[in-house]
Design a protein around this ligand. Structure first.
Ligand code: MEV
Length: 314
């Protein structure tokens, strides 16, 4: 039996903008999708036992099937002759926005590679997961699969000419508590990414300045994270959410949760990932603030994850 894992993530700065070559900052979280693969059975079977938002697994099933086909093709495995039983689990829930699809692709690619005794580097796993991500995100930037493969805190810039993307590891003084809140709305990343591209194309007068601002914000955020000025990081996250609202990827559920966490004292909050539902992230340094914010959300019935950014070991 082959086994593999991939990390979940939160994008701290730059989702959507990153698809178009603006830099982004992503942190892996210490929750993983885990896969086991066995060479057995007839064709490809998938047993997805991840817990998650209601309807997540059902809504993503077609995309999941396509992603595994893309993955096998990229790995040079003949689809007609592949008999694989794939089991998917782990403690990363199936919520939109926290890299559940990329984490599962990395986990499955690693498990298949182990079962078929292919000795693949992390770079190769990352490339395979990127191909698989296309089924979920259409034209992904590569930020999610990079976080899922390598873990840690990453500065990412997509190379729009098809060359190597920039993937730099960032380090901060110490890990910082965050709260991730799920709106319970399952979002389609592919539609969200396509929508931004379409609006950007139709309305460059509005969108170009927003993209320039996102670039400035990412550069400022990198410096501020490295200086460990968490109050300012929070303010920059709020500004980033403002830009995401303007490119129309937020929604009322996300804005509600974001306001709630700010009222509870979060240093800053924004949507994370594709938006249109899915998850938000609040910066809540210290166990006490993290607990206060998380509890306030749970009291209103929202599902919450308590996590940390900047853990170097993962
Ligand atoms: C999704 O987690 C992040 C997006 O920017 C898409 C991508 O970068 O592939 C929306």
């Amino acid at each position: 039996m082959g086994r593999g894992s991939g990390f979940g993530k939160v994008i701290l700065f730059g989702e959507h903008f990153v698809v178009h070559g603006v830099p982004g900052i992503v942190s892996a979280i210490d929750l993983t999708a885990d896969a086991k693969v066995k060479k057995i059975g007839d064709g490809i079977t998938i047993k997805d036992e991840r817990r998650g938002a209601k309807g997540y697994t059902e809504k993503k099933r077609t995309q999941q099937k396509e992603s595994i086909q893309r993955m096998l093709k990229t790995m040079g495995i003949d689809l007609e002759k592949a008999f694989l039983e794939i089991w998917l689990g782990g403690n990363l829930p199936g919520f939109s926005g926290i890299g559940a699809s990329a984490a599962s692709s990395v986990a499955i690619a690693r498990a298949i590679a182990e079962e078929l005794e292919m000795n693949l580097s992390d770079e190769r796993i990352n490339e395979i997961a990127y191909e698989a991500e296309k089924a979920y995100a259409g034209t992904p930037s590569g930020i999610d699969n990079s976080a899922a493969t390598y873990g840690g805190l990453i500065w990412f810039r997509r190379n729009l000419s098809g060359g190597q993307n920039t993937i730099e590891r960032l380090s901060i003084r110490q890990p910082v508590e965050i709260v991730i809140g799920s709106t319970r709305v399952v979002a389609d990343t592919k539609e969200m990414v396509a929508g931004v591209a379409e609006r950007k194309n139709e309305n460059p007068e509005k969108y170009d300045p927003l993209f320039n601002q996102a670039e400035w914000l990412a550069l400022e955020a990198r410096k501020t994270l490295e200086d460990f000025d968490l109050r300012k990081v929070g303010r920059l996250m709020n500004e980033n959410h403002g830009l995401l609202q303007q490119i129309e990827v937020s929604c009322k559920e996300l804005d509600y949760l974001i306001n709630l966490t700010r009222e509870q004292g979060a240093f800053g909050a924004k949507l994370t990932g594709g938006g249109g539902g899915g998850c938000m992230v609040a910066l809540t340094p210290g166990k006490e603030l993290q607990e206060a914010v998380a509890t306030a959300m749970e009291k209103e019935g929202f599902k919450v994850l308590r996590a940390k950014i900047g853990i170097q070991k993962i």
